[in-house]
Design a protein around this ligand. Structure first.
Ligand code: ANZ
Ligand code: ZN
Length: 807
């Protein structure tokens, strides 16, 4: 027998699988299917342990279901547009396209060297021309359906580089390249109306209950952020009206029950009243407000509370009191009305703010603490005093509605999705600006990126290009200009899982193929990092709903089950380049082989938990496979699963068989989801126990049967060595359905408790069906040292316990 040589056998099998097309799906719509998908990678150039983990989990599922007779779609692709490619161009002068495709080639090679069973036929990169084509088609469909619109919005702008910056390019308020102070500049942006689907996106989360991690469902619910309350107006005082030319202030509150506790009102720095007042304020205040305006609103809201008193007042609609008006950093310009009523006695944030500026506090819900955010009885609240606050909330909304002073409304935190980016390496937005016709959709798709661009970090490369942007208006034929914005890369990742199902032969002529979609979607198992819990998963759900509403699709939810894998850690910290604690998967493959890497990753922790890097455990994984290889010399070759008459076996032989079938049972429980979360680690440890138990016995058929089963259930984890041994000993006949021998699990022995004077002293194993005398004999032996007096009574409860009562 040869030595275990992973390099040799892994390469051999990988080549064989590829040349046989072993992982391509068959077009048989009568066969049951499984669509197993690990989130596609960004082609940064090298795979890291996070990738390895992600694809090991998906691959184990794909291989298992394939063996069970499912038609499996398990594709791979590349999330290929985005900023790093442009950064590489700026730093190293490599063209983003060349950089991206060469990274794809390199990473593909690395992934394939792990033996992942990816369908080659379905591969795609989102920067492929055909992908661009259909994404632009969807864009235009949405545009024509009124689901995309253009609006001015604030963007991070570097005045020196004359360029828009992504949030991650703003470091401490400064440009990442030139350290210039970043400002907020108003520019046209394209938005998708995801808010039209807010209610449906929220409601359908209920259908994912139990199938997606509840943490992710809750994060999505909070992000959509439905809240109901009262919207009403406060009149400005005559003086304030004179100063601003504005007559009233509209606010939104979820707590109308606290309305008698208002001691100030606050507006966003972007509010029209702020703008009207700005020039008349002291210079110091103007400076503060401008600084707020120049800070990204979400960051601003997280910062230390601060505010500027405007020196004007509004009138409380129920008490007619005058209430001071402030501009504060924690009110968002684009939520609710961009203005709030401040109730420091019953809101943490308002309390913190009023404490800083020594504003009055007025308690209106009975309580001993301040601030008090719980429920209770209203006090000092006019005719509503004495009501329980939840009831008062409804009564006060009613009062405002009856008197036409305001209305009960529902608000969502979810904002429309801003999809335009002022950068080169993305899908061009296929619109044309015509002097005569306005904005017109391009008719000749795809609109491809020009290759000859200058990417130096200054300005927008597409805008600087001399000829690319010049075109003819599709409507009137006059000279017109192309839109130079490209799309947010989340657009591409919002439908790639649909596109995978489009057969390659159809990809030029169709975005999606209805028959393929009907068969393959939804994705049965989606595996990825929890960092995508909100944006990607929300956009993908939304896109699915939009495409359904446009008639492209029949499903409403794209991902039937979601598994969020845990992080890979080293020395307790997330493995990352910036921390310098990464482990290169290639080095592991080089030293131990792909199977050891796969075994380690799936054995070290259950998929959803954090995985702490451990050199010894990796070594252990390798040793286990080596042992599996070496002990196979005990196996007697077979062509099919053997039938064993258990009555002829010894105790250790029976025990070995039991361990083997326990492992098989574990595998069934995992894949039938009797145990949740695909804990492959427990499957692997069952297999290890089984191999140990086999090693304690010599029966050749028990060895063979054991390997027949173990190679089958380990194949999804360590495919190369399993295929190799399976071919050597069983002609591969074991890599399919396996018959479960439930008799092998039946216990010959049972455990009973032995007590002395009612106190438990031992558990003993006795043969099933042993006589009372035999049991008492064994029991006495087990507790000999406690038998210090004369036995006056022996209590025997069959199958359960023995108790000796001493004098
Ligand atoms: C008075 C009040 C008293 C509030 C109280 C809360 C507790 P949701 O929708 O759940 O986030 N708010 C309204 N618009 C805002 C904006 N543009 N920026 C920042 N905060 C805003 O909660 C809405 C509550 O957040 C509203 O109810 C308002 O403060 C604040 F004891 O009004 B509340
Ligand atoms: Zn025109």
């Amino acid at each position: 027998m040869q030595e275990y040589n992973p390099k040799e056998i892994e390469k051999k099998w990988q080549q064989k699988w590829l040349s046989q097309g072993a992982f391509e799906w068959k077009a048989d719509s009568k066969q049951p299917k499984k669509y197993i998908l690990s989130m596609f990678p960004y082609p940064s150039g090298n795979i890291h342990m996070g990738h390895v983990r992600n694809y090991c989990i998906g691959d184990a599922m794909a291989r298992h279901y394939r063996k069970k007779g499912f038609n499996v779609l398990h594709p791979i692709g590349w999330d290929a547009f985005g900023m790093p490619a442009e950064n590489a161009a700026i730093k190293h002068g490599i063209h983003p396209k060349d950089w991206t495709y060469s990274n794809i080639a390199a990473m593909k090679k690395e992934l394939m060297s792990l033996g992942f069973s990816f369908a080659q036929e379905n591969e795609l990169a989102t920067c492929d021309e055909d992908y661009t084509h259909w994404e632009q088609k969807f864009f235009i469909d949405l545009w024509n359906a009124g689901l995309i619109y253009r609006k001015r919005a604030l963007l991070n702008w570097c005045p020196n580089d004359q360029t828009v910056l992504a949030n991650e390019q703003v470091i401490d308020g400064k440009c990442w390249r030139c350290d210039t102070e970043v400002v907020q500049k108003e520019m046209y942006q394209y938005y998708i109306k995801i808010t039209d689907f807010a209610q449906e996106l929220l409601d359908d989360l209920d259908s994912l209950e139990g199938k997606w991690p509840s943490q992710v469902l809750n994060m999505q619910r909070n992000w959509i952020g439905k809240s109901s309350g009262l919207e009403f107006e406060l009149k400005l005082t005559e003086d304030a009206m004179a100063k601003t030319n504005i007559s009233s202030l509209k606010v939104f509150t979820t707590r109308p029950d606290t309305i008698f506790g208002v001691t100030y009102c606050a507006i966003a720095p972007e509010h029209e009243i702020t703008k009207a007042m700005l020039d008349s304020l002291p210079l110091e205040s103007q400076k503060m407000i401008k600084a707020m305006q120049n800070t990204n609103a979400r960051n601003r809201a997280m910062a230390k509370k601060e505010g500027v008193a405007l020196g004007i007042e509004v009138i409380h609609p129920l008490t007619q009191e005058k209430i001071p008006l402030w501009v504060v950093n924690f009110v968002l310009g684009d939520y609710g009305c961009g203005a709030v009523m401040g109730v420091p006695a019953h809101d943490e944030r308002d309390y913190e703010f009023t404490s800083l500026y020594h504003l009055p506090i007025k308690k209106v819900i009975q309580s001993d603490e301040i601030p008090y955010c719980g429920e209770g009885e209203l006090v000092e609240s006019g005719e509503f005093s004495g009501l329980y606050n939840l009831e008062a909330k409804q009564k006060i909304i009613q009062y405002f509605q009856t008197n036409k002073m305001g209305q009960g409304i529902t608000n969502f935190k979810l904002r429309d999705w801003g999809i335009s980016r002022q950068r080169y390496w993305g899908t061009p937005i296929p619109l044309i600006h015509c002097k005569h016709c306005g904005i017109v959709a391009e008719e000749k798709l795809p609109v491809l990126l020009p290759y000859d661009v200058v990417i130096d970090g200054e300005g927008n490369p597409l805008q600087k290009h001399l000829t690319w942007g010049v075109c003819k208006c599709p409507k009137c034929g006059n000279e017109a200009k192309r839109e130079t914005d490209t799309m947010d890369t989340f657009m591409e990742s919002s439908w790639y899982f649909l596109r995978y199902s489009t057969p390659k032969a159809m990809r030029q002529t169709k975005a999606l193929d209805k028959d393929s979609l009907r068969y393959w979607l939804s994705v049965d198992e989606y595996i990825g990092g929890v960092e995508h819990a909100i944006l990607h998963l929300l956009y993908a759900r939304f896109f699915t709903k939009v495409l359904r509403s446009l008639g492209h699709l029949e499903i409403s939810e794209p991902f039937e089950h979601l598994l969020t894998q845990g992080m890979v850690l080293k020395d307790g910290a997330k493995m990352s380049k910036s921390k310098g604690n990464t482990i290169d998967p290639n080095a592991i493959i080089e030293r131990y082989g792909a199977d050891s890497a796969r075994l380690f990753v799936l054995f070290a922790a259950p998929p959803t938990k954090e995985l702490e890097w451990n050199d010894d455990a990796l070594e252990g994984a390798y040793r286990f496979i080596k042992r599996l290889w070496e002990r196979s010399k005990n196996v007697q070759p077979l062509d099919s699963q053997p039938k064993i008459d258990a009555s002829t076996l010894t105790k250790t032989e029976k025990y070995a068989r039991k361990k083997v079938y326990e492992a098989l049972k574990k595998s069934d429980e995992i894949f039938n989801k009797i145990i949740a979360g695909y804990p492959f680690n427990t499957l692997i440890s069952s297999c290890m126990e089984a191999l140990n138990a086999l090693s304690d016995q010599e029966h050749p058929l028990v060895w063979s049967e054991g390997y027949f089963v173990l190679l089958n259930i380990l194949e999804p984890v360590i495919p190369h060595v399993c295929h190799e041994l399976s071919t050597q000993y069983f002609k591969g006949s074991n890599l399919g359905e396996i018959v479960f021998d439930s008799l092998a699990l039946e216990e010959d022995m049972q455990v009973i408790v032995v007590s002395v004077n009612g106190k438990k002293r031992a558990d003993i194993e006795i043969p099933k069906g042993a006589s009372k005398e035999e049991v008492l004999g064994l029991a006495k032996k087990a507790i000999e040292k406690w038998l210090v007096g004369e036995i006056i009574k022996e209590i025997y409860v069959p199958n359960k316990l023995v108790n000796f009562v001493l004098k």
